[in-house]
Design a protein around this ligand. Structure first.
Ligand code: ZN
Length: 180
Protein backbone atom coordinates (compact mmCIF):
# COMPACT_ATOMS: atom_id res chain seq x y z
CA UNK A 1 0.00 0.00 0.00
CA UNK A 2 1.27 3.44 -0.90
CA UNK A 3 1.88 5.53 2.20
CA UNK A 4 0.39 8.97 2.63
CA UNK A 5 1.06 11.89 4.92
CA UNK A 6 -1.73 14.28 5.90
CA UNK A 7 -0.63 17.83 6.72
CA UNK A 8 -3.38 20.09 8.13
CA UNK A 9 -3.05 23.88 7.65
CA UNK A 10 -1.76 24.64 11.17
CA UNK A 11 1.10 22.15 10.67
CA UNK A 12 1.84 23.54 7.19
CA UNK A 13 2.10 27.08 8.67
CA UNK A 14 4.43 25.88 11.44
CA UNK A 15 6.69 24.05 8.98
CA UNK A 16 7.06 27.11 6.76
CA UNK A 17 7.56 29.46 9.73
CA UNK A 18 10.28 27.26 11.24
CA UNK A 19 12.00 26.89 7.85
CA UNK A 20 12.06 30.69 7.42
CA UNK A 21 13.22 31.31 11.00
CA UNK A 22 16.22 29.00 10.48
CA UNK A 23 17.48 30.72 7.30
CA UNK A 24 20.14 30.63 5.98
CA UNK A 25 20.35 27.15 7.57
CA UNK A 26 18.13 24.12 7.09
CA UNK A 27 15.53 23.54 9.81
CA UNK A 28 14.79 20.03 11.03
CA UNK A 29 12.62 18.20 13.53
CA UNK A 30 10.07 15.56 14.39
CA UNK A 31 6.61 14.97 12.91
CA UNK A 32 4.23 13.79 15.63
CA UNK A 33 0.81 12.47 14.77
CA UNK A 34 -1.40 9.43 14.30
CA UNK A 35 -0.37 6.09 12.89
CA UNK A 36 -2.59 6.54 9.83
CA UNK A 37 -0.36 9.41 8.73
CA UNK A 38 -1.96 12.65 9.96
CA UNK A 39 0.58 15.07 11.44
CA UNK A 40 -0.75 16.93 14.48
CA UNK A 41 2.34 18.70 15.81
CA UNK A 42 5.92 19.37 14.82
CA UNK A 43 8.85 19.45 17.24
CA UNK A 44 11.71 21.51 15.77
CA UNK A 45 15.18 20.43 16.98
CA UNK A 46 18.63 21.97 16.53
CA UNK A 47 20.36 21.15 13.27
CA UNK A 48 23.72 19.73 14.37
CA UNK A 49 25.11 19.14 10.84
CA UNK A 50 28.61 20.45 10.13
CA UNK A 51 27.29 22.48 7.18
CA UNK A 52 23.73 23.36 8.28
CA UNK A 53 23.17 25.63 5.26
CA UNK A 54 22.84 22.60 2.99
CA UNK A 55 22.69 19.61 5.33
CA UNK A 56 20.73 18.57 8.37
CA UNK A 57 21.30 16.20 11.26
CA UNK A 58 18.81 15.57 14.07
CA UNK A 59 20.35 15.22 17.49
CA UNK A 60 19.14 11.88 18.86
CA UNK A 61 19.22 13.35 22.40
CA UNK A 62 16.70 16.00 21.30
CA UNK A 63 14.51 13.23 19.92
CA UNK A 64 14.58 11.43 23.28
CA UNK A 65 13.80 14.66 25.13
CA UNK A 66 10.60 15.17 23.13
CA UNK A 67 9.32 11.59 23.34
CA UNK A 68 7.57 11.95 26.74
CA UNK A 69 5.61 15.01 25.51
CA UNK A 70 4.68 13.27 22.25
CA UNK A 71 3.35 10.27 24.20
CA UNK A 72 1.57 12.54 26.72
CA UNK A 73 -0.25 14.18 23.78
CA UNK A 74 -1.42 10.72 22.67
CA UNK A 75 0.72 10.96 19.54
CA UNK A 76 3.62 9.03 18.04
CA UNK A 77 6.67 9.84 15.94
CA UNK A 78 5.51 9.32 12.37
CA UNK A 79 8.47 10.89 10.59
CA UNK A 80 10.92 13.75 10.35
CA UNK A 81 11.10 17.02 8.48
CA UNK A 82 13.80 19.34 7.25
CA UNK A 83 14.00 22.31 4.92
CA UNK A 84 15.87 23.14 1.73
CA UNK A 85 16.52 26.91 1.68
CA UNK A 86 17.41 27.07 -2.02
CA UNK A 87 16.83 23.68 -3.64
CA UNK A 88 13.70 21.67 -4.58
CA UNK A 89 12.05 19.37 -1.97
CA UNK A 90 13.96 16.32 -3.21
CA UNK A 91 16.35 14.33 -0.98
CA UNK A 92 20.00 15.29 -1.51
CA UNK A 93 22.75 12.62 -1.59
CA UNK A 94 23.60 13.67 1.98
CA UNK A 95 19.93 13.21 3.01
CA UNK A 96 19.89 9.71 1.55
CA UNK A 97 23.08 8.57 3.30
CA UNK A 98 21.98 10.23 6.55
CA UNK A 99 18.42 8.90 6.63
CA UNK A 100 18.68 5.49 4.96
CA UNK A 101 18.54 3.56 8.24
CA UNK A 102 15.67 5.51 9.82
CA UNK A 103 12.83 3.75 7.92
CA UNK A 104 10.54 6.69 8.53
CA UNK A 105 8.76 9.25 6.42
CA UNK A 106 10.69 12.39 5.57
CA UNK A 107 9.01 15.65 4.76
CA UNK A 108 11.03 18.32 2.96
CA UNK A 109 9.99 21.99 2.92
CA UNK A 110 11.53 23.88 0.02
CA UNK A 111 11.82 27.67 0.15
CA UNK A 112 13.10 27.82 -3.43
CA UNK A 113 10.83 29.98 -5.55
CA UNK A 114 8.04 32.37 -4.63
CA UNK A 115 5.87 29.90 -2.67
CA UNK A 116 7.01 27.11 -0.30
CA UNK A 117 6.78 23.58 -1.69
CA UNK A 118 6.46 20.39 0.35
CA UNK A 119 7.20 16.79 -0.61
CA UNK A 120 7.36 13.59 1.41
CA UNK A 121 9.60 10.58 0.89
CA UNK A 122 10.35 7.17 2.27
CA UNK A 123 14.01 6.20 2.17
CA UNK A 124 14.91 2.55 2.70
CA UNK A 125 18.54 1.81 1.91
CA UNK A 126 19.19 3.15 -1.57
CA UNK A 127 15.49 2.98 -2.45
CA UNK A 128 13.57 6.26 -2.41
CA UNK A 129 9.84 6.37 -2.94
CA UNK A 130 7.50 9.34 -3.04
CA UNK A 131 4.81 9.48 -0.37
CA UNK A 132 1.40 11.02 -1.16
CA UNK A 133 1.11 14.35 0.59
CA UNK A 134 -2.40 15.48 1.49
CA UNK A 135 -2.61 19.14 2.47
CA UNK A 136 -5.99 19.03 4.09
CA UNK A 137 -8.03 19.95 7.10
CA UNK A 138 -10.19 16.86 7.29
CA UNK A 139 -10.72 15.80 10.91
CA UNK A 140 -8.78 12.84 12.21
CA UNK A 141 -10.76 9.61 11.86
CA UNK A 142 -11.54 7.94 15.19
CA UNK A 143 -8.88 5.54 16.38
CA UNK A 144 -9.97 1.94 15.77
CA UNK A 145 -9.92 1.01 19.45
CA UNK A 146 -12.05 3.88 20.74
CA UNK A 147 -14.53 3.45 17.87
CA UNK A 148 -14.95 -0.21 18.86
CA UNK A 149 -15.47 0.72 22.51
CA UNK A 150 -18.07 3.39 21.75
CA UNK A 151 -20.03 1.11 19.45
CA UNK A 152 -19.74 -2.03 21.55
CA UNK A 153 -20.42 -0.71 25.06
CA UNK A 154 -24.21 -0.03 24.63
CA UNK A 155 -24.65 -3.40 22.88
CA UNK A 156 -22.91 -5.23 25.74
CA UNK A 157 -25.06 -3.39 28.33
CA UNK A 158 -28.31 -4.30 26.51
CA UNK A 159 -27.13 -7.92 26.28
CA UNK A 160 -26.34 -8.12 30.00
CA UNK A 161 -29.72 -6.54 30.88
CA UNK A 162 -31.60 -9.06 28.67
CA UNK A 163 -29.80 -12.02 30.27
CA UNK A 164 -30.66 -10.65 33.74
CA UNK A 165 -34.38 -10.26 32.86
CA UNK A 166 -34.59 -13.74 31.31
CA UNK A 167 -32.86 -15.22 34.39
CA UNK A 168 -35.39 -13.49 36.69
CA UNK A 169 -38.37 -14.81 34.66
CA UNK A 170 -36.97 -18.38 34.68
CA UNK A 171 -36.24 -18.09 38.41
CA UNK A 172 -39.75 -16.79 39.21
CA UNK A 173 -41.37 -19.68 37.28
CA UNK A 174 -39.25 -22.16 39.27
CA UNK A 175 -40.32 -20.52 42.54
CA UNK A 176 -44.05 -20.70 41.72
CA UNK A 177 -45.89 -23.36 43.76
CA UNK A 178 -46.66 -26.45 41.68
CA UNK A 179 -50.07 -26.38 40.00
CA UNK A 180 -52.70 -28.19 42.01
ZN1 ZN B 1 17.82 17.69 2.47
Amino acid sequence: MRASLIVPPHVYSSLVMVARDCLPDESCGILAGHHHGRVERIFPVDNIAEQPANQFRIDSRALNQHLPQIRADGLQVIGFFHSHPATPPVPSPHDITGMHDMHALHLIVSLKGSAPRLAAWRIEGARISAVDLILDDCPAPPEAESFWNEAATPAIMVGVALIAIISLIVLSFNLLPPAP
